[in-house]
Ligand binder design. Sequence first.
Ligand code: CU
Length: 137
Amino acid sequence: MKKFIILVIVLVVLIGGYYWLNNNKAPKPIVQNEEIINNEEQNVQTEIKEFEISGSNFSLSTKEITVNQGDTVRINLTNSGGFHDLVIDEFNARTKQLADGAKETIEFVADKTGTFEYYCSVGKHREMGMVGNLIVQ
Ligand SMILES: [Cu+2]
């Protein structure tokens, strides 16, 4: 009878040890995967900055946009009256000249820091107030 009890105890220890080892091993790769996924999500969140700007005679709806260096900047330009475009010389970014009601999206990487003017290049619209600043920090 004593041998049987010892055998049961040994079995319990062995089975318990097996599950303990499995439980300790199994979660590690899952945690690593979660960390990788979280990092990727955070990168995506900081990488694309999207802005809505509408142009009309003779102003831009947004006078200043701020992003971090390395961000992808996406600007959705809507022409809400007149004939306009949006240009940022330093990033070689420009929309076509849009007719009334038209929209265009431009996208570029803000790979240098500073303050850069975006403007409408049609006629004298820039001088007439169709300007704003992109700040890359
Ligand atoms: Cu204009």
